[in-house]
Ligand binder design. Structure first.
Ligand SMILES: *Cc1c(COP(=O)(O)O)cnc(C)c1O
Length: 430
């Protein structure tokens, strides 16, 4: 939304009564070529600040940014690159499309998004309710950093039932004002899905008498925005590490919040002050990535299904934690049916044996790379007990089934038969 000359042309989102799909809108939504010399693609706007036409414009825009005008920290025009920028605004508009959300905000990393969201919502004496396990750094913020400011937490296992959730909400309420209900689904590395619909119902039952309900935020990095749209099940905010599937090429770090405007506005006011906005170059790369998001995720999901079918029956495999193999009739399968449209491409593989076997497998891969992270075009494999979850206490590791024979695998967009050959070869070497 450049500050200048004329308002940008609005990109149509329908043709007659036909609503256009996100995959189509990713190519042009929110960008008006006429405002950029007719450039088909958005240029990268490398500037720290934006010129106001009139002093009164500058004043009005700052009234927006500082919250003196309604709008939750938004301004009618561009001001300064800590607050907003054309690339970031186009990216935010396009991220919003995937989940039919009211608003979106981008950040310099997934963790910045999470930290800014939490800081915007909590006050001393408050309680955060969270599902467990969480991404380790998210757990550090809630369980270690926020308590330094007098903010406490109550946690529950990701697969909790409605009864367990009612109990958690009651315990949290007894401790103080509940600031936010923070979820992550599927949990890493257990792959347990959170029943967002049940969390939503339990929140209504516990806090329905309050003027303002504690928002439900959920880390949707593993399945979103293609295979899970938790706003539809009652979440208020979808949290993303755009570093993973959304960026999708293992070449950038970024994050986002997508969801209800009233909550996003609080985070925007905080971002305006603290910084942490995604930079223009990264935003541009994400715009490119979003054009192929559905293609990449669909292909990776199909390949993962083939690879997992091969691995499941292999004699050196003990078990496999893949959302496509949930036990018929189980509670997890029921949550999956209500919340997900695909099983993703990231899964847990337990080999027979221990660290020796796991390491031999990893050291003998030739296509799949030995690296942490997920959601990129290339297949990655790692050993959580020795890497991402090394610092987790032994007792907790046992509880979460993070054993020495556990591997985490994220399938990319390579040919699935080539991947199967690679895994078969590595398993032979075990
Ligand atoms: C990677 C990741 C994060 C953190 O994102 P960064 O972009 O690395 O800051 C948060 N949650 C989940 C589930 C992740 O996989």
């Amino acid at each position: 939304m450049p500050s200048s000359r004329r308002p940008p042309r609005q990109t149509p989102t329908t043709i007659g009564n036909h609503k256009l799909k996100p995959a189509t809108l990713m190519m042009g939504y929110g960008f008006d070529p006429a405002l950029s010399e007719g450039s088909l693609k958005a240029p990268i706007f490398l500037t720290s600040t934006f010129v106001f036409e009139k002093a009164a414009d500058g004043k009005r825009f700052f009234e927006g940014i500082t919250g003196k005008r309604p709008g939750g920290g938004t301004a009618e025009g561009l001001v300064y690159s800590r607050f907003n920028g054309p690339n970031q605004e186009i990216l935010e508009d396009r991220l919003r499309i995937w989940e039919d959300a009211e608003s979106a905000l981008t950040f310099s990393s997934g963790m910045t998004a999470i930290a800014v969201l939490l800081l915007a919502l909590v006050r001393p004496g408050d309680v955060v309710i969270h599902s467990g396990p969480l991404y380790a750094a998210s757990e550090t913020i809630i369980d270690k950093i926020l308590p330094q400011f007098g903010v406490h937490f109550v946690d529950f296992p990701a697969g909790a039932t409605r009864e367990e959730l009612d109990d958690v909400m009651a315990r949290a309420k007894a401790k103080g004002r509940v600031a936010v209900i923070y979820l992550e689904s599927p949990a890493n590395p257990t792959n347990q899905l959170v029943d967002v619909e049940a969390v939503h119902a339990a929140r209504q039952a516990a806090f329905g008498d309050q003027d303002e309900l504690p928002p439900i935020a959920i880390d949707n990095t593993f399945l979103g925005p293609l295979w899970a749209k938790p706003l539809e099940q009652g979440a208020d905010i979808s949290v993303y590490s755009l570093t993973k599937y959304a960026g999708g090429h293992s070449d950038l770090v970024a994050g986002a919040l997508v969801g209800k405007r009233s909550v996003i506005d609080k985070a925007r006011m905080m971002r305006n002050v603290m910084g942490g906005i995604c930079d223009p170059n990264t935003a541009w790369m994400l715009l490119r990535s979003l054009e192929t998001l559905e293609l990449r995720m669909t292909k990776a999901g199909e390949s993962a299904a083939k690879v997992c079918a091969f691995l499941r029956d292999h004699p050196k495999v003990e078990k496999i934690g893949y959302l496509g193999f949930l036990e018929e009739g189980s509670r997890q399968a029921d949550i999956y049916r209500r919340h997900c449209t695909g099983a993703g491409s990231t899964f847990s593989l337990y080999l027979k044996g221990g660290e020796k076997e796991a390491f031999a497998f990893l050291d003998n891969l030739s296509i799949a790379h030995l690296a942490v992270s997920l959601g990129g075009t290339e297949t990655l494999a790692s050993a959580p007990a020795a890497m991402t979850h090394l610092s987790v206490p032994d007792e907790r590791k046992k509880q979460l089934d993070i054993t020495d024979n556990l591997l985490r695998i994220s399938i990319g967009v390579e040919d699935p038969d080539d991947l199967i050959a690679d895994f078969a070869n590595a398993l032979d070497a075990v």
